[in-house]
Ligand binder design. Structure first.
Ligand SMILES: Cc1ncc(COP(=O)(O)O)c(C=O)c1O
Length: 401
C-alpha cells in the first residue's frame, strides 16, 4: 500500500514529532528516483547524479566476505567493531595521518554517515553553533537543524578553488561554537584543503575547546597535491573526529561500513549510540573490511587514475559549452561548473537537462544556499556516457540559450 492510499484509508492523523519538520534530505536520491521514473517511460538517461563509484567492489574483498559468511561471521559483534578491524584501521590512520592511533580510538559504524549523526548527537545541544561548509554535503545542515543546534554556514569560494576563507571562519567562531565540520576532498566541489589551509584553520581555532569533525571519506581520491588532515596538526588529535570509510575508496557504498577515529572517552559515547541504534556493523562485512585495508591496494589506484582521466575529459568538454565555466577539481569524483552565464537558475537548469535531454545531475542548491549558480556532475560513469552527456548538454544550450 502506498503512503498516499494509507493517508486516505486511515482516520488517524499522522502526528509527527516537531523535529521531523527540520530534517532535510540528500537530493541525489530524489533525482535518481525521478530519473528512474523517466526510464520506466522509455527515456534513456545518463546518470551523473549519484555519488558512488561505478566500479565493482574488488574481488579479494568480496571473497573475504563470502568466506566470512561460510565461516560463521553471522552473529552480533562488539558495538565498536571487531577488534581486528579496529586495529587495522588504527594502523592505517597512524600511518597515513602521521599520528599514533590505538584501536580504542576507533568506532566502526554502518557507513560514513552515522559518524556525522552520532558526533552531532553526542556533542551538539540545542542552540550550540556548528560551522559547516556551504556548498557542502547536505546531511551536515540537515542533522544540525534536526537536533535544534544552530547551523552556521561557511562559504566556499570558487576563486579559491572552493577552499575556504580563514578570515571568514575566524569571524564565525563564537563562544557558542561547539563543532566545526571540514570536508576535504570535498563534495560537491572537488576542492581540497592544502596543508597550509589546514594549518591556517588550526591557527584560527587556536586552543579553544572546539571539536572538529573532519570528513575525509574521499581521502584516497586526490588528483593534485596530497591529503592532509587536521588530526595531524600538533594539539588537534584530541579535538578531531576523523571520518573515513570504505564506500568511496573501495567501491563499497552498498556494504555500509565506515568509521570514526576520536579520543577514547568520546569513542565510548559514540559506541553507546551504536548500541542504542544498530547494535553493531554487520560482522562478515567487517571481516571483508580487514581485507580491504590490509590486502592489495591496486584497485584503489586504478579507480583514482580512471576518475582523473574522466575528470580531465569532462571538465574540458564543459568549458566548451556556452554558459558553462568549470574549474579543475583536485579530488573526489565530482565537477561543479559555474552556470550563471546561462542565465538559468541551478534547479531549473538541472530539471530541464533531466527532462529535456536525459542528463541527470544535481542543482548546486542541493548543497546549500551558496550552491546557487552551479551544477554538480559525478564523473563516476564511463567516458562514453560522459561524452554522451556533454553532447546532449551542448545541444540543449544551442536550442535554449
Ligand atoms: C562528504 C561525504 N561524507 C560522507 C558520505 C557518506 O558516506 P557513506 O555512504 O559511507 O555513508 C558521503 C557520501 O556521499 C559524502 O559525500
Amino acid at each position: 500500500m502506498t503512503t498516499l492510499t494509507m493517508e486516505k484509508a486511515t482516520q488517524y492523523e499522522l502526528k509527527l514529532a516537531e523535529r521531523m519538520s527540520r530534517l532535510g534530505t540528500e537530493t541525489a536520491f530524489e533525482v535518481l528516483n525521478k530519473a528512474r521514473a523517466l526510464e520506466r517511460q522509455g527515456k534513456e538517461i545518463v546518470h551523473l547524479e549519484i555519488g558512488e563509484p561505478d566500479f565493482d567492489t574488488p574481488k579479494n574483498v568480496v571473497e573475504a566476505a563470502v568466506s566470512a559468511l561460510h565461516n560463521g561471521w553471522t552473529h552480533y559483534g562488539p558495538s565498536a567493531g571487531l577488534p581486528d578491524l579496529r586495529q587495522a584501521i588504527a594502523d592505517e590512520v597512524s600511518r597515513t595521518r602521521g599520528v599514533s592511533v590505538s584501536s580504542d580510538e576507533v568506532v566502526v559504524v554502518p557507513g560514513g554517515k552515522p559518524i556525522i549523526f552520532f558526533s552531532l548527537l553526542a556533542l551538539a545541544d540545542e542552540g550550540d553553533e556548528v560551522i559547516y561548509p556551504n556548498p557542502g554535503f547536505p546531511i551536515y545542515e540537515s542533522m544540525i537543524n534536526y537536533l535544534g543546534a544552530k547551523a552556521v554556514p561557511l562559504r566556499l569560494h570558487e576563486e579559491k578553488d572552493f577552499s575556504l576563507d580563514v578570515d571568514e571562519l575566524t569571524a564565525l567562531i563564537s563562544d557558542r561554537t561547539k563543532l566545526i565540520i571540514l570536508n576535504s576532498p570535498q563534495n560537491p566541489t572537488g576542492g581540497v584543503l592544502s596543508r597550509q589551509d589546514i594549518r591556517d584553520i588550526a591557527d584560527a581555532i587556536g586552543d579553544r575547546n572546539i571539536m572538529v569533525l573532519s570528513d575525509e571519506i574521499y581521502s584516497r581520491l586526490i588528483f593534485e597535491g596530497e591529503h592532509y588532515s587536521i588530526m595531524s596538526v600538533s594539539g588537534f588529535k584530541d579535538r578531531t573526529i576523523l571520518l573515513d570509510g570504505f564506500s568511496k575508496t573501495y567501491a563499497m557504498t552498498g556494504w555500509r561500513m565506515g568509521y570514526g577515529v576520536m579520543r577514547p572517552d568520546l569513542a565510548a559515547h559514540i559506541t553507546r549510540l551504536m548500541t542504542n541504534s544498530n547494535s553493531c556493523t554487520a560482522s562478515f562485512t567487517q571481516i571483508a573490511g580487514i581485507e580491504a585495508i590490509r590486502g592489495d591496494q591496486s584497485s584503489v589506484e586504478h579507480m583514482r587514475s580512471e576518475f582523473q582521466r574522466r575528470r580531465d575529459a569532462f571538465v574540458s568538454g564543459l568549458n566548451k559549452i556556452k554558459g558553462f565555466s568549470c574549474r579543475m577539481p583536485k579530488g573526489a569524483f565530482y565537477v561543479f561548473p559555474n552556470i550563471t552565464q546561462t542565465g538559468w537558475k541551478s534547479k531549473k537548469l538541472a530539471d530541464a537537462l533531466l527532462e529535456e535531454s536525459g542528463v541527470a545531475c544535481l542543482s548546486g542548491t542541493a548543497f546549500g544556499e551558496y550552491g546557487e549558480g552551479y551544477l554538480r556532475f559525478s564523473v563516476a560513469n564511463s567516458l562514453e556516457n560522459l561524452n554522451k552527456a556533454l553532447e546532449r548538454i551542448d545541444q540543449w544550450t544551442k536550442r535554449n540559450l
